[in-house]
Ligand binder design. Structure first.
Ligand code: ADP
Ligand code: MN
Ligand code: MN
Ligand code: MN
Length: 365
């Protein structure tokens, strides 16, 4: 029996009774924010007297930053600024989830609030209509710290049979994938697909295409929903880029990028231009493609297991061992998008997309 949390074993029929009680015209709004680690998500809930019609109807709030690695105890109040509203797939309509930016006591962005600068960068290049699609890989773990459903002693069969697989001997934890997918659709998160990954208990979902700042907003909320769904099932989703050492694939967050010009006829030349410029900033980008200045990604980008080496920049059509891959279809059509395969699974999508848009803007003005 795989290890699951005690909370997941609470009587769900009892829960259902309370969840079906009418809520007398009130609206529960759950505020979500990124904590001081730059990876962790926090949330808390309040009652509003009526259903907000848009994010503008949701008031600012605050929290104790000294408990989230975000402030000293002596000056610990942080502001929560609602930026993006979703439906709540757990407590259902009319209740909401709202993603927030965090501001410090002086109303400047908190250290791990990269949305503020990302938004500025996106506004500057708005005319290019930059689209992103991100492929979020993650790995399920039991509460015992072992990959979910792996044998207690030893290892599963070597990789080969798991990617896009079906069957109890191949696909571990599909309930989570399917429930998360539905939760995203209900919430209004722009999820566009999912698949089982190369390592057993490793999965991926894709979000996109999203224009500009929406990419970061939707991916962060998709991550929140993933952690929340996993909590219900009593397992843990980790975004560690190399959760199991050895001959097992790591986890990335491939980032697909296109501008209006790239998507139009003959757009391939603009893709090639962008790739050339990206090559010049390789080291700079690697430093911000995980929360630990490349140290997390160093375990993953080895040049093996469908990755490029962290030290080299490379690009190629249909090449999954390159830093940048141009999908075969894009090579054929001579227009479309390219894929940056370097971001780690635990990257901040605001930082990654900011890098791409500020970079592209220079060449297209
Ligand atoms: P892969 O073959 O790399 O596994 P996936 O199907 O997992 O590809 O993911 C493809 C991603 O590309 C999706 O997130 C999708 O939203 C994104 N995408 C598709 N078209 C575009 C485009 N024109 N610009 C940016 N992203 C795009
Ligand atoms: Mn994919
Ligand atoms: Mn993948
Ligand atoms: Mn990919």
């Amino acid at each position: 029996m795989a290890s699951v949390s005690p909370s997941s074993q609470l009587n769900k029929a009892v829960r259902q009774h309370y969840m079906s009680l009418p809520q007398e015209g009130k609206c529960q709004v759950t505020y979500i924010w990124i904590d001081g680690t730059g990876e962790g998500l926090r949330n808390k809930t309040r009652t509003l007297n009526s259903e907000p019609k848009s994010v503008d109807d949701i008031p600012e709030w605050n929290f104790d930053g000294s408990s989230t690695y975000q402030a000293e105890g002596s000056n610990s109040d942080m502001y929560l600024i609602p930026v993006c509203m979703f439906r709540d797939p757990f407590t259902l309509d009319p209740n909401k989830l709202v993603l927030c930016e965090v501001l410090k006591y002086n109303r400047l962005p908190a250290e791990t609030n990269h949305r503020a600068s990302c938004k500025k960068a996106m506004d500057q290049v708005a005319e290019h209509k930059i689209w992103f699609g991100m492929e979020q890989e993650y790995t399920l773990f039991g509460t015992d710290g072992r990959p979910y459903s792996w044998p207690r002693n030893g290892y599963p069969e070597p990789q080969g049979q798991y990617y896009c697989s079906v069957g109890a001997n191949n696909a571990y934890g599909r309930d989570i994938v399917e429930c998360h997918y539905k939760a995203c659709l209900y919430a209004g998160v722009k999820i566009c697909g999912s698949n089982a990954e190369v390592m057993p208990s490793q999965w991926e979902f894709q979000v996109g295409p999203c224009e500009g700042i929406n990419m970061g907003d939707h991916l962060w909320v998709a991550r929140f929903l993933l952690h929340r769904v996993c909590e219900d099932f009593g397992v843990v989703a980790t975004l560690d880029p190399k959760p199991v050492t050895g001959n097992w694939n790591g986890a990335g967050c491939h980032t697909n990028v296109s501008t209006k010009k790239m998507r139009e006829e003959g757009g391939l030349q603009y893709i090639e231009q962008a790739i050339e410029k990206l090559g010049k900033k390789h080291a700079e980008h690697i430093r911000v493609y995980d929360p630990r200045e490349g140290n997390d990604n160093m375990r993953r980008l080895t040049g093996l297991h469908e990755t490029s080496s962290i030290n080299d920049f490379s690009a190629g059509v249909a090449n999954r061992g390159a830093s940048i891959r141009v999908p075969r279809q894009v090579g054929n059509d001579k227009r479309g998008y390219f894929e940056d395969r370097r971001p780690a699974a635990n990257c901040d999508p605001y930082v990654v997309t900011r890098g791409h848009c500020s970079h592209l803007s220079a060449g297209f003005r």
